[in-house]
Write a protein that binds this ligand. Structure first.
Ligand SMILES: [Zn+2]
Length: 161
């Protein structure tokens, strides 16, 4: 069955199936994420996505251009952020590609700054990867006051050690 409830879409166009992906709560109250149930090989086109195009951002939109955003509440709109992501979301082709080998039952992660000029809301990153930026913004915006305070507090902590 397609993950999208929209009956107008047909199977066989690489749209995600509910036997392949599941939207589920993450541990530690981090919110929902999309898990692959089957796993993927690096370089694989994982799935195509779709959704209504809206003229505003939400926490679950992906930027098509500075004025238009895709609101996909069944698949890419719930991808978690990582500073070392395992997928890339191609907003020209509406395709999701594996950047690494991905084991079954792994959350799909993307870098939000790869698609967004500005985020709906900047946030603290706890992805834990070596390249973690610790505070996530869109690619065209500055770290806000809360972010500067947080990043400075991390610096003070590491200096104190
Ligand atoms: Zn991070």
């Amino acid at each position: 069955m397609l993950i999208y409830p929209d009956v107008a879409l047909e199977e066989g166009y690489d749209f995600p199936l509910s036997s392949q992906f599941q939207v589920a709560e993450r541990e530690n109250g981090k919110g929902k994420a999309v898990y692959t149930l089957t796993g993927h090989a690096r370089g694989e086109m994982i799935a195509r996505f779709t959704g209504p195009v809206v003229p505003y951002r939400t926490q679950h939109t992906l930027q098509l251009n500075p004025n238009l955003h895709v609101l996909d509440l069944y698949f890419v709109g719930y991808f978690a952020h990582s500073c070392t992501p395992n997928v890339f979301v191609d907003m020209q082709e509406f395709e999701v590609w594996a950047l690494q080998d991905i084991d079954p039952d792994t959350a799909l992660t993307m870098d939000y700054a790869s698609t967004e000029d500005e985020l709906y809301r900047q946030f603290r990153c706890l992805c834990g990867t070596p390249g973690c930026r610790h505070w996530i913004t869109g690619r065209k915006e500055r770290v806000n006051g809360e972010g500067l305070y947080y990043l400075n507090s991390l610096k003070r902590e590491s200096n104190a050690q």
